[in-house]
Design a protein around this ligand. Structure first.
Ligand SMILES: Cc1cc2nc3c(=O)[nH]c(=O)nc-3n(C[C@H](O)[C@H](O)[C@H](O)COP(=O)(O)OP(=O)(O)OC[C@H]3O[C@@H](n4cnc5c(N)ncnc54)[C@H](O)[C@@H]3O)c2cc1C
Length: 391
């Protein structure tokens, strides 16, 4: 039987939420063990677009809400971490773009005048033209308006490698999880037969959290899944573009981010409305055809004969709520030693860690144990989707 461990905090699920929290706790002197059943970040995190939202997109609904103000501080916190002087040292994480853009194709510009003139947006977006346009839009045929948002786009594979390095020896590959109880009380978990006792147990397992709760005999907090059908395009002629293309509705018609592939080519990763309801209902070939049509209409100068395509399906995992509305804050629920949550966005991983730390502060959870964790089986890093689907 593997040797038992006593740690301050036991975290299950090494996506961005678990990895960020783990790194923060270690920096504050807590001992931690972070259990992952597959690869580090391999579910939602590696499939995300890497946009560090500041909430401006939500202003499209009307005025910024109080909730969207909570996200407004995230770009600053990430920027400081990326510079190596924030709450974590993420100086080994690659920044893909200093800005994300809002792009309104010619026909829409009129509708947006009042939006950009509104108090909520003033000072947060600037119009760009000519050489300041994203490289993919610098074509004589381009019509429309482009606004620069003070939001970053990060390279998620390098973020995961950076957070894995900050995790030191605290990572544990483990699949089979059972409760460890002292009488009625949850005292820890048994992971692949290894007893791990902890002052606090945090479930940050994304879509896997519902099953983990079930294994602990709990059905709250309830979780919802929001399916997406994303599109990838790879070609030697694609140029960087990080933008929400507006379609007149509350959601971007298409959200494009651009990622470096190992062979030096760029990969466009397409989300937004195209990846939601109608896109989810389409078979992959029809979804690719829909994306090709969008690109032909929005970026007609791109020679698609050089481009290869793929799609991927992934569910967002979030706390259950009515009408599948997007939550704007990290979510955390606690019941005695157990804390359960979803960041709801990559950008909100710092907010998720804040909520866990606030709960520790409230309950007086202090760093006490320093177990020897050398030689734990370590989970591998996730591979980016484009390296698997479009090698
Ligand atoms: C297509 C897409 C695009 C997105 N784009 C953005 C974006 O641009 N900006 C943004 O801010 N957000 C974005 N998001 C949202 C963001 O990706 C997620 O909110 C965030 O990655 C969730 O992180 P997480 O750590 O909670 O979950 P996950 O990344 O899903 O990690 C959960 C981990 O738990 C592990 N696990 C599950 N069950 C168990 C178990 N029983 N035992 C051990 N381990 C387990 C899984 O293997 C996984 O590694 C996007 C999401 C999707 C799907």
């Amino acid at each position: 039987m593997p040797s038992a461990i006593t740690t301050d905090v036991l975290i299950v699920g090494a996506g961005v939420a678990g990895l960020w929290l783990n790194a923060r706790l270690r920096r504050l002197g807590y001992s931690t063990v972070l259990v992952e059943r597959a690869s580090l970040g391999g579910e939602q995190t590696i499939k995300s677009q890497g946009i560090i939202h500041g909430g401006t997109k939500y202003a499209l609904h009307g005025a910024l809400t109080g909730a969207s103000e909570a996200i407004a501080d995230m770009p600053r916190r990430w920027r400081e971490a990326l510079a190596g002087n924030g709450e974590l040292n993420l100086s080994a994480t690659r920044l893909l773009s200093e800005a994300h853009y809002l792009w309104s194709p010619g026909t829409l510009a009129g509708n947006l005048t009042s939006f950009f003139a509104s108090k909520a947006v003033r000072g947060r977006v600037d119009q760009v033209k000519g050489e300041q346009l994203p490289p993919a839009l610098q074509d004589r045929a381009f019509k429309g308006k482009v606004y620069r948002l003070a939001e970053l786009v990060i390279d998620v594979p390098s973020l995961l490698a950076n957070l894995a390095q900050l995790a030191g020896d605290s990572l544990l590959a483990g699949e089979r999880i059972e409760p460890l109880r002292d009488g009625e009380e949850l005292a820890g978990l048994v992971v692949d037969g290894r007893e791990i006792r902890a002052q606090r147990i945090v479930l940050s397992a994304g879509a896997g959290t519902a099953d983990l709760l079930h294994a602990l005999g709990l059905d709250q907090p309830a979780m919802q899944r929001r399916p997406l059908h994303m599109v990838l395009a790879k070609g030697p002629n694609l140029k960087p573009l990080y933008a929400h293309c507006l379609g007149g509705g509350p959601k971007p018609r298409i959200t494009v981010t651009t990622h470096p592939a190992a062979d030096g080519q760029w990969v466009w990763y397409l989300g937004g409305d195209i990846a939601e309801a109608d896109g989810v209902a389409r078979e992959p070939a029809a979804q690719i055809a829909a994306a090709q049509k969008e690109i032909a209409s929005l970026l007609p100068w791109v020679d698609q004969s050089l481009v290869r395509w793929a799609t991927l399906r992934v569910d967002r995992a979030e706390p259950a709520q009515s009408g599948l509305v997007r939550p704007d804050n990290a979510f955390l629920a606690d019941q005695q030693r157990l804390l359960v949550g979803w960041p709801t966005k990559l950008a909100l991983a710092p907010d998720f860690a804040d909520r866990v730390l606030a709960s520790f502060e409230r309950d007086g959870v202090r760093a006490t144990s320093q177990p020897d964790l050398a030689d734990l089986p370590r989970p591998p890093l996730a591979l980016p989707a484009w390296e698997q689907l479009l090698p």
